[in-house]
Design a binder for this molecule. Structure first.
Ligand code: FAD
Length: 552
């Protein structure tokens, strides 16, 4: 998805999802035909991740039936607001809703953060409206095709109807009503409506990863350096080290492809059914997959650049711009470290509910089955099994992933309980933070593997199924090997089995290399999408396109 589309989704999505019929009637067509270009103004100079710390205020004036939007100090200047500096006509401004208390002292009550539609430029002249001050946030590391602006409001008056009132409303006489009982519940519902952006980012990040993997793999097949004495040079993908850099990445790209397809499906199901359980699932999955995949892609972009040597550094071959433009995917729509903590928090909630006998939602269901067996010691017999059939058995692979998640979950729950006695909840959480992040990543990896295994099983064509199975096995065993210390520490894997896993993972890298061209071609990305001469689909054209790009 193009960043501009993400931006219009954020602005449009906020009006549609946080507003009610009157807002949809008034704004939908204008948003849809881009007459009403707008922006999503949540972040402030002093607060990004901590949305509840926002300081912009919207005070209700019962005399005029308006809200007055104010930036009380420099820390509350809206910052990084996409589309604000150049094109935006409207902004969805997140501000604390203040209601007069009707006492003699003229006090106000803070009802928590709400969203308001604030016009920022004149519809005809495009001039900035009175009371609104806008500046460009300046040149960025990447994504400079989209402007990001800073906004200050000085007593900007907007009609009461501009409150996006799906989760909380103010009546003509200044009374607050909401179907949700507390500020925290309203806040969660408001942010919960914004998961669409994360779904889009997770999906687009896989798109970026595909482009990078396609370029690096095709070039690695073409490029030749060294070889046995008096024999032709070999392709750099014949080197074990190059296979190790790129083939698990190719396998991960396939794994993420299936996981994000599932996420998009669940998201559209959620949008039509409004099913509570599904909403919880999609919230956790979108946070986890966005964080996990965008971090992985960002690291991979550097690996691909390096894997293509000097020519990988030529701007025309795109790794630099992909790396710069994608980098911020890790931060916007929720910082990855913050999002993973939400996943860990939800896992702990499920863990507590399990022990209180409550139901588990579908995505987490494996915890019910696995927790019981994993609280016992690993089986000393299976921990030694090392045959290829066993290691390539999806049951073993999934069991290993889920075992790790369950152990991490159980141990962090115990640690949190212990530390909270002396450090309090916040301190205990911070003491266990790295453990919690590992837990969240482990859960997401388990989910991704489960979806990959399902995709292999459902693949109708026998040859493609065999190829996918190979790729899936590489994904699983490479991940287990990466975390072999954890498995060894608890004797889930005995030394002989650890060795066998490593050997097989290396062999699978080699096998996947043998079908690497077909695997990248299957992404069906034409040259006008990859746009990197060294990654040209027709190998014979790669060098000539590249030399032409510098003027030969
Ligand atoms: C190009 C760009 C476009 C953007 N577009 C928009 C937009 O259109 N609208 C909008 O409202 N915002 C936008 N943003 C803002 C963006 O959403 C925020 O930057 C993002 O949410 C992160 O917040 P922050 O910058 O305050 O980071 P911080 O929260 O200050 O994070 C800084 C560091 O602290 C760490 N950290 C913070 N809290 C915790 C914690 N609890 N535990 C552990 N570590 C923590 C983070 O992991 C990070 O490493 C944009 C930003 C950029 C750069």
């Amino acid at each position: 998805m193009h960043p501009l589309q993400t931006l219009s989704c954020l602005w449009g999505g906020s009006v549609i999802n946080l507003g009610t019929k009157k807002h949809r009637d008034k704004y939908f067509n204008g948003i849809d035909n881009v007459d009403y270009l707008g922006c999503f103004a949540m972040t402030e100079l002093h607060h990004g991740s901590n949305v509840q710390g926002l300081q912009t205020v919207a005070t209700f004036d019962p005399l005029t039936d308006e809200f007055i939007i104010d930036t009380p100090n420099d820390g509350a200047i809206k910052w990084w607001i996409g589309n604000a500096a150049v094109h935006g006509k409207f902004a969805t401004v997140f501000a604390k809703l203040m209601l007069p208390t009707h006492d003699t002292k003229g006090g106000v009550t803070d009802m928590g953060v709400h969203a308001f539609i604030v016009p920022i430029r004149d519809m005809k002249t495009h001039k900035t409206l009175p009371g609104v001050e806008i500046h460009d946030c300046g040149h960025k590391v990447g994504l400079n095709g989209v402007d990001n602006g800073a906004l200050r409001f000085r007593s900007v008056r907007i009609p009461r109807n501009n409150l996006l009132n799906r989760f909380g409303d103010v009546s003509r006489d200044g009374k607050y009503t909401s179907s949700l009982p507390s500020i925290n519940k309203r806040f969660a519902a408001t942010l919960g409506e914004l998961v669409g952006g994360r779904v889009g980012l997770a999906y687009s990040s896989v798109g970026v990863l595909k482009i990078a993997v396609v370029i690096a793999t095709r070039y690695s097949l073409l490029r030749q350096q060294f070889g046995p004495p008096k024999q032709p040079e070999v392709s750099i993908l014949d080197y074990q080290s190059q296979q190790h850099k790129l083939m698990p990445m190719l396998a991960s790209t396939y794994a993420f492809h299936f996981a994000t397809l599932h996420l998009v499906e669940k998201y559209s199901e959620m949008k039509s059914s409004h099913d509570e359980e599904l909403i919880g699932d999609v919230h956790a999955l979108s946070a986890g997959l966005k964080a996990y995949i965008t971090s992985y892609t960002q690291k991979s972009l550097s690996t691909c650049r390096e894997a293509c040597g000097g020519h990988g550094y030529a701007a025309v071959n795109r790794f630099g711009s992909l790396r710069n433009d994608h980098d911020i995917f890790q931060t916007f729509e929720g910082d990855n470290t913050v999002l993973l903590q939400q996943v860990a928090g939800l896992l702990l909630k499920q863990y507590r509910e399990k022990f209180q006998g409550g139901p588990l939602t579908v995505t987490w269901n494996y915890l019910r089955q696995s927790m019981n067996s994993y609280l016992a010691q690993p089986n000393p017999v299976t921990s030694r099994w090392e045959s290829e059939d066993h290691l390539r058995d999806p049951n073993f692979q999934l069991d290993a992933f889920r075992y790790r998640t369950s152990r991490l979950l159980q141990s962090v729950a115990i640690r949190l309980q212990k530390h909270s006695k002396t450090l309090g909840g916040f301190g205990a959480w911070n003491r266990c933070l790295n453990h919690l992040l590992t837990l969240a990543e482990s859960h997401i990896e388990s989910f991704i593997l489960a979806k990959f295994i399902e995709a292999v099983k459902n693949c109708p064509d026998e040859n493609s199924r065999a190829a996918l199975k190979l790729v899936c096995d590489l994904y699983a065993l490479d991940r287990i090997w990466n975390d072999i210390g954890t498995y060894r520490n608890v004797d889930y894997v005995a030394p002989n089995k650890a060795k066998a896993i490593h050997k097989l993972a290396e062999y699978l890298c080699f096998q996947v290399k043998n079908i690497a061209r077909e695997l990248v071609d299957a992404f069906d990305l034409p040259d006008y999408v990859t746009r990197a001469p060294i990654g040209a689909q027709t190998p014979s054209e790669a060098y000539s396109q590249y030399t032409q790009s510098v003027g030969f």
